[in-house]
Design a binder for this molecule. Structure first.
Ligand SMILES: *Cc1c(COP(=O)(O)O)cnc(C)c1O
Length: 224
């Protein structure tokens, strides 16, 4: 099993390297976030043993149950929240995660700003954030509307959130490249370095279009 994990990791890294070569980018400029949601420690440890250090979870509760123990064993792990966050879990999220990819509405910015102020007052730190954009204007999807992005970014800066980039999950079952290109343009327009985009099925395309963080689950863990 652990041999399998090492092989899957090597395959994904190879695919990242190839996409970077085509795009004339450095693989070091693309962070692989291994999305371990719905996988237990016994599936995660082999990837840790194979050297993977950046992981993503989509629920605070699930991450809080799994990761404190794993972080104690592998202290250099970086844990990213990639799923939607409820404002009432902001304190917990700030304590647990090293990056938050899903900042998408004013009430959450307010809650995270307060949570980070509190954390700093208690000797903790502010957590780097991505603002999630609903690039496909899908009704049920997380992410702020395109029109709301400038105001949300202003509010986030005022609230003391370190915003390092933008994030998107394009609509399913349609060519994602135009949405990645849109996120790249928005990030450039707002002077932001980070572009969290691309999952198992499309991370090469995302890298060609400027992804700095690819969020890969199935290609590393198998299907859930
Ligand atoms: C689950 C998830 C991923 C990983 O998706 P795969 O297709 O399994 O690679 C990436 N981003 C988010 C927000 C997710 O919830």
């Amino acid at each position: 099993m652990s041999e399998n994990a090492a092989q899957l990791l090597a395959q994904v890294q190879e695919r990242i390297a190839k996409a970077c070569a085509i795009a004339r980018r450095e693989p070091a400029d693309v962070t692989l976030v291994a999305v371990s949601k719905m996988h237990q420690a016994d599936a995660i440890v082999p990837l840790l043993e194979a050297g993977q250090r950046v992981f993503g979870e989509n629920r605070v509760q699930e991450a809080a149950a799994k990761w404190p123990e794993l972080k104690a064993r592998y202290p250099d792990v970086e844990l990213h929240l990639v799923g939607q966050l409820q404002s009432n879990k902001a304190d917990e999220a700030v304590a647990l995660f090293d990056a938050i990819h899903s900042v998408d509405r004013p009430s959450l910015v307010t809650a995270l700003g307060k949570a980070m102020d509190k954390a700093v007052a208690n000797g903790g730190r502010r957590v780097p954030c991505f603002v999630q954009v609903n690039v496909g204007a899908e009704e049920q999807k997380g992410g702020c509307a395109l029109a709301d992005l400038p105001a949300l970014l202003d509010q986030a800066r005022e609230a003391g959130l370190p915003v390092i980039g933008l994030m998107c999950v394009p609509p399913a079952d349609i060519e994602p490249a135009p949405f990645f290109a849109l996120l790249d343009k928005l990030a450039r327009d707002h002077g932001l370095e980070g572009r969290s985009m691309g999952m198992s099925g499309d991370f090469e395309t995302a890298i060609m279009l400027g992804a700095t963080h690819v969020r890969v689950g199935t290609a590393l863990f198998g299907s859930r």
